[in-house]
Design a protein around this ligand. Structure first.
Ligand code: SF4
Length: 553
């Protein structure tokens, strides 16, 4: 029998509580106020609180925030370090070479170091103060349509047990209806995947591709050389990935003797035995970093993916009744290694488009397509267009990539080939050699449980919890594929690329293998859905409120 559900109606519904949607909701309220109009605006977020699923490298160019809120500092915007002073290194296994020249786009003059979770939490407060109805703990699990027009979303049921039966605390999901729905779910949104299937928003575009970042906040002692140093930002490439695999490390100074340390791996990597978490630990043990964090203690750890496709991967941005913003729309500028500013600007332009739609009482694609035009006429397009082939160049092997990058630099982003092709992350793995066993687990590294952590200790420090008695949110359409084809060909790479030990290979008494899932460990990074070579993992939203509880990363 069809569940009876409550339906709530709004003018505008923002799905996801990241910088794009929060900025969009604030700007929309301001515009409505200036126009003397009353509009009902709702924002939902699957995390327990706004900001607790937000994790990033977090150097923020405040250019768009200044447009939204010129007095952001007076309003208490949480800045960790106001000024960025950069150093950039090429690392060998035990040495380092400081890169003497970096192109202008890599400079972070005028940028701030922030904790994205604190920043989003603060934006959430600003939105609420303006009258936005902010509902954390609610996951959007289904898009509602009238024909091909998006008319809202359904939130997930709560209180369903592992076998799909109602528990005593069962609460049906709610239908949130809106004239315009704004999708800002972050990278690889699960609703956007469904929107793509229904309305073809990714058709004719290059594939969506990603990088996975593992990140920690570490308390470092007074004696650390980084405390006295003027430098606030370190970036590196080279070790441990070498030059054939895209990725690199970062270290940012924070308040109160803390640093944010992270390592990013491009998910088009080829070696099925590569473990991004292991690469993070190796980077952390490099002398450049080890000396800075010596005597320190990890306070929080997390992982997430970043969209790396950029301009050529951007989907159609408007459909009847809906807009797509920020990382969901692949707007991160991979060349500048930042996306908060582009996400924020996209939220502002979405708000301005919606306000015009409110004025004309027309929410069709004809009106909302103005958003696509606004993006094309803004500095977002300018930045992303200049970087349109940069990620592809970085994915090239060896030093040759720097020649391509140089050519792009001199030709406004065109380089030798434009557009350079992008390969889907799920199709890049090479077969594992017959004799190779699954790669070394992070547990085999020299770990002390305080500064150098195994995955499960790190997971504990992410604060991740889920209701245990709920249906598994990781759908494996063909489980047999995992232990036959996937193990034989790639040695079950999900056991390595997942940063939270959700996937484990177990041996049955008869010697056969079985893939065991620990879904409650999930950090919601989506790496598994992106990288699985058989596209045999589908990430769906678990019960709202579950997942990491980031507060300082
Ligand atoms: Fe990330 Fe998938 Fe592992 Fe969850 S299960 S932490 S989404 S790789």
């Amino acid at each position: 029998m069809e569940e009876t559900r409550e339906a709530l109606e709004f003018d505008v519904l923002f799905v996801g509580g990241g910088p794009a949607n929060l900025a969009g909701a604030i700007h929309l309220m301001n515009l409505a106020q200036q126009a003397g109009k009353e509009i009902e605006v709702c924002l939902i977020e699957k995390a327990e609180s706004i900001g607790s699923h937000s994790l990033s490298g977090a150097i923020m160019d405040p250019v768009a925030l200044k447009e939204l809120m010129p007095d952001y500092l007076d309003k208490g915007c949480p800045i960790e370090v106001a000024e960025c002073r950069d150093e950039f290194y090429y690392l060998t296994p035990s040495g380092k070479v400081k890169v003497p020249y970096t192109p202008g786009y890599m400079h972070n003059d005028g940028c701030h170091i922030v904790s994205l979770s604190k920043y989003c939490s603060w934006l959430g407060e600003q939105a609420e103060a303006l009258g936005v109805m902010v509902f954390p703990g609610f996951a959007g699990t289904e898009i509602l349509y009238d024909g091909d027009r998006v008319i809202g979303i359904r939130t997930g049921d709560k209180g369903i047990d592992k076998d799909g039966n109602k528990r005593p605390n069962f609460e049906p999901g709610v239908d949130l209806m809106a004239k315009v729905t704004v999708f800002g779910e972050g990278p690889k949104g699960s609703l956007l995947r469904e929107l793509g299937k229904k309305l073809g928003i990714f058709e004719g575009k290059m594939p969506q591709v990603f990088e996975t970042a593992v990140k920690e906040v570490i308390q470092i002692p007074d004696s650390s050389p980084f405390i006295a140093s003027n430098t606030t930002v370190l970036h590196s490439f080279g070790y441990p990935l070498g030059l054939d695999t895209k990725g690199g490390g970062f270290l940012y100074k924070m308040k109160e003797n803390r640093v944010a340390l992270g390592f990013v791996v491009g998910l088009e990597y080829e070696d099925p035995l590569l473990e991004p978490y292991q690469a993070f630990l190796s980077f952390k043990k490099h002398p450049l970093i080890a000396e800075i964090i010596k005597g320190g203690k990890v306070l929080q750890q997390g992982a997430k993916t970043l969209p790396a496709g950029g301009f050529y991967s951007m989907p159609r941005l408007a459909v009847d009744g809906a807009l797509i913003v920020g990382d969901s729309a692949s707007m991160l500028n991979i060349q500048r290694l930042k996306g908060i500013h582009t996400a924020t600007k996209s939220g502002l332009l979405a708000a301005e488009t919606i306000m015009a739609a409110v004025d004309s009482d027309n929410y069709s694609a004809d009106t909302l397509n103005a958003y696509e035009e606004k993006i094309a006429g803004s500095w977002i397009k300018k930045e992303l267009y200049a970087a349109r082939n940069f990620g592809q160049a970085l994915s090239q092997k060896g030093f040759g990539k720097f020649i391509t990058i140089g050519a792009q630099y001199l030709s406004g982003g065109r380089g030798f080939t434009d557009p350079m092709p992008i390969e889907e992350d799920s199709s890049s793995l090479k077969k594992a050699a017959a004799a190779e066993a699954p790669g070394a687990s992070s547990d085999s590294q020299d770990l002390d449980g305080k500064l150098y952590l195994d995955k499960l200790t790190g997971l504990y420090l992410s604060g991740t919890t889920h209701e245990e008695n709920q249906p598994c949110h990781l759908i494996i359409p063909d489980p047999n594929l995992c232990i036959t084809d996937c193990y034989d060909t790639y040695r079950s790479p999900c056991t390595l690329f997942c940063p939270a030990q959700v996937y484990e290979l177990e041996e049955e008494p008869d010697g056969s293998k079985r893939l065991k899932l620990n879904p409650s460990n999930c950090l919601h990074c989506k790496t598994c859905e992106i990288k699985d070579p058989y596209k045999n993992i589908i990430w769906t939203c678990p019960e709202g409120g579950g997942g990491p509880k980031y507060s300082i990363v």
